[in-house]
Design a protein around this ligand. Structure first.
Ligand SMILES: Cc1cc2nc3c(=O)[nH]c(=O)nc-3n(C[C@H](O)[C@H](O)[C@H](O)COP(=O)(O)O)c2cc1C
Length: 462
């Protein structure tokens, strides 16, 4: 039985991610199903909607990663296009938010704004855009852009990209479609007119797509650098983070929420959602054993060596994954893993830290990679997991989580069946949807253009 919202306690927000471009997915598990077939996306999205999640999220990788000159196929490789998948899901879900990662470096604002506005119409206001800024020249080759953008410029372009997209969405007012048969006028004359003149974009004309139901889709940001955090504080509705250990998460949470006031925003205007994994079983002990098994499947002996090679920039295939770390230093001039943003900077320092940790704790290569990959976030019997999630949120670590299942597409079935009801009982998670748009699920205001006050449309949307 579900309780009413618990007074004085924060509500937990939940999202589900269908993983696919990193090593969370255990594709070698006999129960794992297709990463491409619509059926997989459908299963996870419907599970999330049954669990009353805020949204379903898809990440994006625009170039297949390569390692030592070969495709990096220890992880799942090859995924369909996000916005196309989410458009199909819009037709078979009714309340679940639909979040797409779309890169601001390799796309153009007009096209992206049009496709996001379209999804927001198709889904009646359930769209979110994860604005990422990956800048590497390797990915750029796919777009004939190579290294056209200096790394320092990627957030400048992203900020102008987002501002331009907002101008395009605002180029239509809510009442622009008049369809007035008596006057013989379908549109208001100014509909869709825009002109943007800036450093990165210089465009003008008419925007094809009427104003999205949410005004603007929900904006998500996932960068971690100082510039990335500042961009989030100024512009985003939601921030993803990799910090899912409570101490680190609290410090990220304090830092990012602390930046909002400078931008004239209150702390609740931005939701912080770390990514997390969950392992649920009948007892804590069973869950711990299962979590161990999953982590070892995620970090196979080959994955452990490849992970190390990415930092060392060297072929380490002669090393035993169950033996000690190499005593040679990284090659600063060589990058064996291409298309992965995490291994570009500070590799010598990373190697020193890892070696010190391994020596201190007596860890083998594989054990070290397991250790630094963080294992599973929430592990235990359903009550243990529900309490840990609630505690994390109530004590300033997060506003909720993006849950990433290790198994496609059934990896959140148990969580939804066994943990969600406990959170609902506690009064910290919605027992049912009470709103229709993603902005409303997240408790965010609808973005309204300056001249968009149209009481009839407002009424319809509420
Ligand atoms: C949780 C999380 C999810 C991310 N998802 C994606 C993604 O799907 N596609 C992508 O190109 N970058 C992704 N990124 C990378 C960031 O958006 C960003 O481009 C990168 O971290 C570099 O920015 P920074 O220097 O501000 O950290 C993700 C980062 C985090 C922390």
């Amino acid at each position: 039985m579900s309780g009413p919202p618990a007074a004085g306690r924060k509500q937990v927000h939940l999202a589900a991610q269908l993983p696919g471009i990193h090593n969370v997915t255990v594709w070698s598990d006999p129960r794992a199903r297709s990463q491409i077939a619509f059926d997989s996306f459908l299963h996870l999205a419907q599970t999330a909607e049954r669990g009353r999640f805020d949204f379903f999220f898809l990440a994006e990788g625009l170039r297949l990663r390569e390692h030592k000159g070969q495709l990096y196929d220890l992880d799942v490789v090859g995924r369909p296009d996000n916005l196309t998948q989410l458009s199909a899901l819009a037709a078979v879900t009714t309340r679940l938010g639909l979040a797409a990662t779309v890169n601001a470096t390799f796309n153009e604002p007009y096209e992206v704004a049009r496709r996001l506005a379209t999804l927001d119409h198709l889904s009646a206001g359930r769209t979110a855009w994860n604005v990422v800024t990956s800048s590497d020249a390797f990915t750029g080759e796919n777009f004939r852009r190579g290294g056209f953008l200096a790394e320092a410029d990627r957030y400048a372009r992203a900020a102008e990209f987002l501002a331009t997209a907002r101008e395009l969405w605002d180029s239509w007012a809510d009442g622009d479609v008049r369809a007035d048969a008596v006057a013989g006028a379908y549109l208001r004359p100014g509909a869709g007119r825009f002109a943007h003149r800036g450093r990165h974009f210089d465009i003008s004309g008419r925007f094809t797509t009427p104003r999205p139901p949410q005004g603007h889709p929900v904006i998500i940001q996932a960068g971690d650098s100082d510039t990335g955090r500042e961009f989030a504080a100024a512009e985003a509705d939601v921030v993803f983070s990799k910090y899912n250990r409570l101490d680190q998460a609290r410090s990220f949470y304090r830092d990012v929420k602390g930046r909002l006031a400078r931008h004239g925003r209150t702390p609740d205007r931005l939701k912080i959602l770390p990514t997390a994994t969950v392992v649920v079983a009948d007892s804590d002990a069973e869950a711990a054993a299962y979590a161990d098994e999953i982590t070892r499947a995620q970090v196979s002996p080959q994955t452990a060596i490849a992970h190390l090679e990415a930092v060392w920039g060297r072929d380490l295939s002669g090393y035993d994954p169950d033996g000690p770390l190499p005593d040679i230093d990284p090659d600063p001039d060589s990058l064996t893993l291409k298309g992965h943003s995490l291994f570009r900077r500070g590799r010598a320092e990373t190697a020193r830290r890892w070696r010190a940790l391994a020596e201190r704790r007596g860890l083998s290569i594989r054990e070290l990679v397991i250790e630094i990959s963080g294992g599973q976030t929430f592990v235990g019997a359903p009550r243990t997991v529900a309490d840990a999630i609630d505690h994390f949120v109530q004590t300033g670590g997060a506003d909720g989580f993006v849950l990433v299942p290790h198994l496609t597409p059934t990896g959140l079935d148990d969580f939804v069946a066994r943990v969600v009801p406990l959170l609902q009982e506690e009064g910290v998670f919605r027992p049912d949807y009470t709103s229709r748009t993603l902005r409303d699920h997240l408790g965010l205001p609808h973005d309204r253009g300056e001249d968009t006050a149209d009481p009839a449309a407002e009424e319809e949307a509420s």
